[in-house]
Ligand binder design. Sequence first.
Ligand code: FES
Length: 63
Amino acid sequence: MYVCLCNGFTDRDVKSAIASGADAVPNVYECLGASPQCAKCSIQIRELIQEEKSQKAITFSSE
Ligand code: FES
């Protein structure tokens, strides 16, 4: 699913950026070689970062 229409990246791209160490919205743009245009996607990117952090916390706590 497209997250950012201005830059044409998807939720998979965002998750891959997060897996590469991007832990904040500006880092995700940077990691994907993009820059915010309208920034409407920033809310969704932030949610994906939170989701991935929660997943990691669940993974670590069950290990
Ligand atoms: S939708 Fe991402 S910058 Fe516009």
